[in-house]
Design a protein around this ligand. Sequence first.
Ligand code: SF4
Ligand SMILES: [Zn+2]
Ligand SMILES: [Zn+2]
Length: 330
Amino acid sequence: MSAPLQVPSCSRCERPSVLHQRYSGRSFCNTHLIDSVHKRFAKELRRQLDLPKSGKTTTILVAISGGKDSAILLDRLVKILGQRRDVVLIAGCVDEGIDGYRSPSMKCAIELAEKKNVEFVSISYPELGFERMDEVVQKMPLIGKKHSHVKGMAPCSFCGVFRRQGLNYLAEKTGADVMALGHNLDDMAQTVLMNMQKGDLERTLRLAPHTSNPIDGLPPRIVPMRWIPEQEIHATAMALDLPFFHDECPYSPGALRQRNRDMVARLEEDVPGSRHGLVHMVDAIKELESKTSENVRPATPTPCPLCSAPTSGDICKGCEFVQMLKEVSE
Ligand code: SF4
Ligand SMILES: [Zn+2]
Ligand SMILES: [Zn+2]
């Protein structure tokens, strides 16, 4: 007869564990997982969010997508800051125009904002002057024929640029002083690796949080979940019974990020703690950069002559993509 399956217990109580943290060797039950995630979130939020002592109101645009990460982001921000009179939280969602994905996830986002009693705002790509992603994807092969650097690009290259502009638009519309993003530890480690693969120091230096290095013309971004792994966020969102959309965007497979996701997962599997290491490395680079003389820093972005979005090129990436889309529509 085989021995009964032993569920390991939580490292802090007798209850069965729901999650094992390989990088620390600890296990958690639902209650202690929520507790641990909350503590890490609150600690990082204190580090990143500089609220004025004067009591002046700070408006935070919380970028939500309907997924688990932003569900935890909004839930914890409401828990920590919801009672403060000097903080206004507004949930903002960008509608990329992806059939079968955006409308159900938007529904979850609206449901969450209502449940948390937070104002909800949204903007769609057509409202921003962009085409819906479903149309962009159709046109990408044609654009690739005209512009070799677009050939092989994933839809996310366009979408990421458009969405960033959408969030900037919402931040401006709501008068946000700060923007909160739901990037988890895996997202951050993937971004670090992607920037390193491209040798992109400028982006590495501009990586959120922006508390001590704000980017001109944009509200500083905070990422209070940056030390919390995706798996822990997922388990916590389930434990808290938050409404969130489980499916992935249909255009995410094959994207560079997806491949980096696998790579980061393999690194972590091989050497637990690798994700933390990658993100710590960028903090160290940013710290070093802050001590160097001005002239080695990347140029401050200037307003795009076509749409006034901040850019380090002649025109912004959004306008460049819009022009390419127009070319193939003519
Ligand atoms: S996975 Fe890519 S295409 Fe889909 S919503 Fe995200 S950035 Fe856009
Ligand atoms: Zn426990
Ligand atoms: Zn522009």
